[in-house]
Design a protein around this ligand. Sequence first.
Ligand code: 13P
Length: 248
Amino acid sequence: MRRLIVGNWKMNGTSSDLDEIRAIAASAQQYPSVDSAVCLPATLIDRSTRAVDAFPIGGQDCHMQNSGAHTGCVSADMLLDAGATLTIVGHSERRAAQHETDEDIRAKATAAHAAGLKVIVCVGETLDEREAGSALDVVLGQLGRSLPDGAAGIWLSVAYEPVWAIGTGRVAETADVAEMHEAIRTALVNRFGEDGRVIRILYGGSMNGDNAAQLLAVENVDGGLIGGASLTAAKFEPILAAAEATSE
Ligand code: 13P
C-alpha cells in the first residue's frame, strides 16, 4: 500500500504563502513512492492549484448539498471547480466547534465522492473518553456512522486523530495507535470485505519529522494527516522522507 501524507493547513494561509506551497510541492516530487497532498483554506485552493504542477490540493470540509441557501458554505462541486482533488470531512475541530454529527459527515463524504473528490474521514476520541476506557467504542461508533454504505476503495481514507494529540505535542503511544488502527482495519474489512483492506488509515496528532518514522512503522498506519508540521516545506519534508523510507 502506498503511503499517504496529507497536510492540513486549517485556518492558516494567504496568498503570501504561495511560495511555501510551491516549495512543498517541489519537495513532494522527491518522494515518488509517497502520495501526498495539502488541504488548504478554500480561499487558497484555486491560486494554489495554478501555482503548482500536478500536486494535489484539497479542501478541509464541504457541504452535503451541491448548492443552495447555505451562507458561508462551500460545496464539493465548488472545491472540484477550484481545482481540489480531495477533501477532509469530519475533522474533530469541526465536530466540536461546528457541532457536526456523524450523520452530517456521512452526507458530506457521500457528496464529496459523488463530486469526484477523494475523501479523508476523520475520527478520534477526546481525552476524557480515552481515560474512561471508551476510546475504541467511541472511534468505532464514529467510523460506522460516518462512512457511507458501499464506501470502499482508494478514494477513501480514514484518519484516526485522537483529539488530545492534536496541536499539543503529545503523541499517542505506539501500542495505542497499533490497537486503534487494527480495530479500524477490522471494522473496515467486516463492513466492506476485501475492499476494506485498501482504505488507507492515517494517523494524525502532533506528527512531525522526529516521530513520523516510528508512527509509520506501526502496522495499519498507512500515512499521516499533519497540521502544524505541514505549514512549511522544511517541516513537512522529513515526514515525506520517513514515509518514503517505509513505503512498500
Ligand atoms: P497537528 O499535527 O498540528 O497536531 O494537527 C493534526 C491535525 O489535526 C491534522 O488534521
